[in-house]
Write a protein that binds this ligand. Structure first.
Ligand code: HEM
Length: 388
């Protein structure tokens, strides 16, 4: 068992080689410990499945006396990803309809339009940073439109979300601001309902005992945060992966029918959510001879599971023609990513359009100069300078 130091873990050096870091860690053993945040970390595919599926690992830390989960402020915490059945089942049922592959497919023309509008602006310049001009605005525009959030309000989200997910010093102030913003949005939707998911959920909340007010606020919060902080990393890091594998890039440009499979391979290869959300042991659980005591936290390193040679042949190779890619980038079990169909659609349209419209796309800095984001759970680029 290796003790991982959080500061080392967040260094640019580790960030730029996270897959290599975990591949090395897995050779040292299956179970490790992230100091400072007191969390067990699993590194194999099999153990990731175990942690994500075994009901003895729970999400709602309020069930454990004496445990205080400081990661998300109380007012925003009663959402899907921090609840267990039966609450989880009830909450998930309320939103699952809106995210089925069939419902999401209806968004295709609009997602294509948003993508083309962003590229119209990019084409006017010679060199851009693809994160703020493309990878970020695409998913935030899509989820904001689904939720009926006015365009003028969207700029505030990035700062708030980053402060909250990166656990920065002003995290509490950001949570307060976000909380009040969502309350105001709900008041507005109740007064003037629109054809959007927020109005629909506000209506469900008012007309029955399906959803409490705090669950409603937390649900909107989760959809906003999960709806963009993840996909930005797939689009940014996925583009970099293609630029660093010119043969794969050319193959994908020549054969756009490979796009759905390429997105699965890029999800596996980049693992935008590198660590699963934490689970709490609801009783003492033995794993590889080590007892994870009741009340302790464990996360599955999805990025390590996705590079496990016991499960994938030649896992360090990017191969967009790889068959039957059973990656864990969207998790597994009851918390499997609600937004997976949306993320897949956005990925297919984004990569397809980028390659078609910018045939000379190239990295505009040395790979060693790239800046990686510092969120311990996520894995992606803070900036991606390109020319075309
Ligand atoms: C859950 C990954 C995009 C909404 C998850 C989980 C993962 C994940 C790994 C499970 C976490 C765990 O069990 O610990 C990703 C990736 C994305 C992405 C890699 C993009 C490439 C989205 C989008 C939405 C979304 C676009 C849209 C709203 C959610 C929600 C959950 C979730 C609501 C919680 C589900 C539950 O607890 O039942 N995601 N996600 N995600 N994701 Fe995503």
């Amino acid at each position: 068992m290796t003790h991982i130091n959080l500061q080392d873990y967040l260094s640019q050096e580790t960030r730029s080689n996270l897959r290599v870091f975990y591949t090395q860690l897995r050779t040292e053993g299956p179970l490790h410990y992230l100091d400072e945040v007191n969390t067990w970390v699993t590194t194999s595919y099999e153990d990731a499945l175990f942690v994500l599926r075994d009901p003895r690992f729970i999400k709602d830390s309020r069930k454990l006396p004496g445990v205080v989960d400081e990661a998300v402020p109380e007012g925003l915490s009663r959402h899907l990803l921090s609840s267990d059945p039966p609450d989880h089942t009830r909450l998930r049922r309320l939103v699952s309809k809106a995210f089925t592959p069939r419902m999401i497919e209806h968004l295709r023309p609009r997602v294509q339009q948003i993508t083309d509008d962003l590229l119209d602006e990019i084409e006017k310049q010679g060199q851009v940073d693809l994160i703020p001009t493309f990878a970020y605005p695409l998913p935030i525009t899509v989820i904001s439109e689904m939720l009926g959030i006015p365009e003028a309000d969207r700029a505030s989200f990035r700062a708030w979300t980053q402060a909250i997910v990166n656990i920065e010093a002003d995290n509490m102030a950001a949570s307060e601001a976000f909380f009040h913003y969502i309350q105001d949005l709900l008041a507005e939707k109740r007064a003037h309902p629109g054809d959007d998911l927020t109005s629909e959920l506000a209506h469900v909340q008012e007309n029955g005992d399906q959803l409490s007010e705090s669950e409603l606020v937390a649900m909107i919060f989760l959809l906003i945060v999960a709806g963009h902080e993840t996909t930005v990393n797939l689009l940014g890091h996925g583009t970099l992966a293609l630029l660093q594998h010119p043969k794969q890039l050319r193959l994908l440009r020549d054969e756009p029918s490979l796009l759905p499979n390429a997105v699965e391979e890029l999800l596996r290869y980049t693992s935008p959510v590198s660590l699963s959300d934490e689970r709490w042991a609801n009783e003492d659980i033995e794993l590889h001879g080590q007892v994870i005591h009741k009340g302790e936290q464990v996360v599955a390193a999805l990025i390590a599971a996705n590079a496990d040679e016991q499960h994938f042949s030649d896992p360090t190779r990017l191969d967009i023609t790889r068959q039957d890619i059973q990656h864990l980038a969207f998790g597994k079990g009851i918390h499997f990513c609600l937004g997976a169909p949306l993320a897949r659609l956005e990925g297919q349209i984004a990569f397809g359009t980028l390659l078609r419209r910018l045939p000379d796309l190239r990295l505009a800095c040395e790979p060693g100069e790239l800046k990686w984001s510092k969120n311990p759970m996520l894995y992606g680029l803070a900036s991606l300078p390109v020319t075309f």
